[in-house]
Every structure is written in structure tokens, then in C-alpha cells.
Design a protein around this ligand. Structure first.
Ligand code: OS5
Length: 230
């Protein structure tokens, strides 16, 4: 078993590298990858840089070059659902791309021919996350995550994404990672801790809570890894 753990920003993987203590650094395809042995299994860890293209490149590299056979994403997100507050965790059941638009040809938002509006995350890891949540005494919400190459700081856009995709949270990488993992047959799990409400205060809230929310998410993902390796 080789497990990939990815984030988009350095802050999102820093707590994981800190926990591991020692690791090997490999430079490949314009990025740094960290390899470590953890409780008898191999891990590959990286932050992709922001957005769908970089995250697709990193997920593909972790699978095709480093041989990862499952992938867990840890990071932060903007809340759409009013039940999600800063620091809360959301596990993606399925993901979509909110900025994918060929509606001029009669297709629904988020759809291209031979693709799908939603890509579902691995059911077994979602199930496992319930066990981890109860062991940690944490409340973790499941929901739809919408991804796009846009930091959303606008109530109207956020509401449109919520209404169009039934999304509970939004971010900039999960949907592209989902497409890659699905195409390559690699089970994936996307976890996010809320850093902001994707509204006019989003950039301030993001700056204030990036580190603490990233830490929340990373802690949970490492508990998932503990369960997967045991
Ligand atoms: O990775 C991006 C998506 N993340 C989730 C997220 C989000 N996505 C969309 N809308 C929202 N309201 C969201 N809330 C949380 C977070 C991240 C957002 S983009 C943040 C960019 C901040 C930044 N810009 N420059 N730096 C940081 C410093 C820097 C400089 C050089 C190299 C690296 C960082």
C-alpha cells in the first residue's frame, strides 16, 4: 500500500510533515514530493499549488510516478451551507466543477461530453471517517464540494454554486483531484476544514483561520491514515 496525502498550500501539509518528523524530499515536474515510511506503509506527501491544473498534475504524479494506490486530500474550504462554521470539517461525498460551462450547447453546468457533473469519493473511506470522527469526538459533516479556479468572496456567486450543484462547501482543487483519481481507478477521500464563508469577508477570515483549520483537517486525515494502516 502506498498512500498519497496532498494539500494545495504549504500550510495544508505542514502539520503532516511535522508529525512525520523525517522524510525524503524529491523534486519532480516542478514540485517537491516528500516520501516517508509510516507504521509500515509508504506515504507520499505534497502540496500542489493552488487551483485545478496544479492539483490535477500533482494527483497524477503521485499516482503514476510515485505509485500511490489511494489518495487523501487535506485542506481548507469556504462554507456554503449555513450549518458549516469556521473550523468545522466536511467530508466530500461527491465533487463538481462549478466553473465548467458549456451551457451554450445545452449541457448542464459542470458537464462536458463523456464526463459527469459529479464524481463520487470512495465510500469505504467515507464510512471509515465516521468511525474516526466518533473516536475523536468530532462532528464531521458529509456533503457536496464544488471546485473552481476562483477564490469565492461573493455572496451571490456562493449562493449560485449552492443552488446549482447542491454544494455545501467550495474550494479550488477537490473536483480536479476527483476526476484524476476516478479516471485512474484510485480510491480518494477529500476532507476540508472551513476557513471562511465565501462572502465579502472571506479573504480576511481565510488569512485568520488558514493555519488552525488546516491543522484540524490534517489531524483528522492522519487519524484516517492510522486506521487504514492498522
Ligand atoms: O487553495 C485555495 C483554495 N483553498 C480553499 C478555499 C477556498 N476556495 C475558494 N473560495 C474560498 N472562499 C475558499 N476558502 C478556502 C484555499 C486557497 C485559496 S487561494 C489563497 C491564496 C492566498 C495567498 N496568496 N499569496 N500567498 C498566499 C502567499 C504566497 C506567496 C508565494 C507562494 C505561496 C504563497
Amino acid at each position: 500500500m502506498k498512500i498519497a496525502i496532498m494539500g494545495a498550500m504549504p500550510e495544508e501539509i505542514a502539520p503532516i510533515l511535522e508529525k512525520l518528523g523525517s522524510y525524503k524530499t524529491i523534486e519532480y515536474a516542478g514540485n517537491r514530493y516528500y516520501e516517508a515510511a509510516y507504521r509500515g506503509v509508504d506515504l507520499v506527501i505534497a502540496y500542489s499549488k493552488i487551483g485545478k491544473v496544479f492539483s490535477a498534475l500533482t494527483a497524477t504524479t503521485m499516482i503514476e510516478h510515485f505509485g500511490a494506490d489511494r489518495l487523501l486530500f487535506s485542506g481548507v474550504a469556504g462554507a456554503i451551507s449555513s450549518t458549516l462554521k469556521v473550523g468545522d470539517l466536511i467530508v466530500a461525498t461527491k465533487l463538481s466543477q462549478h466553473d465548467l460551462d458549456i451551457t451554450a450547447f445545452g449541457h448542464p453546468y459542470g458537464y462536458v461530453p463523456e464526463g459527469a457533473v459529479f464524481v463520487a469519493a470512495d465510500k469505504q473511506m467515507i464510512e471509515l471517517s465516521k468511525k474516526v470522527a466518533s473516536e475523536m469526538g468530532k462532528c464531521v459533516q458529509e456533503g457536496i464540494i464544488a471546485t473552481g479556479d476562483q477564490f469565492v468572496a461573493n455572496e451571490e456567486r456562493k449562493n449560485w454554486i449552492g443552488a446549482t450543484f447542491g454544494a455545501d462547501a467550495l474550494e479550488m482543487e477537490g473536483g480536479s483531484v476527483a476526476v484524476v483519481c476516478d479516471a485512474l481507478g484510485v480510491p480518494f477521500f477529500i476532507l476540508r476544514a472551513i476557513s471562511d464563508a465565501a462572502d465579502m469577508d472571506a479573504s480576511f477570515s481565510f488569512d485568520e483561520f488558514l493555519q488552525t483549520s488546516a491543522q484540524e483537517s490534517a489531524e483528522f486525515v492522519m487519524k484516517m491514515v492510522d486506521q487504514l494502516v492498522s
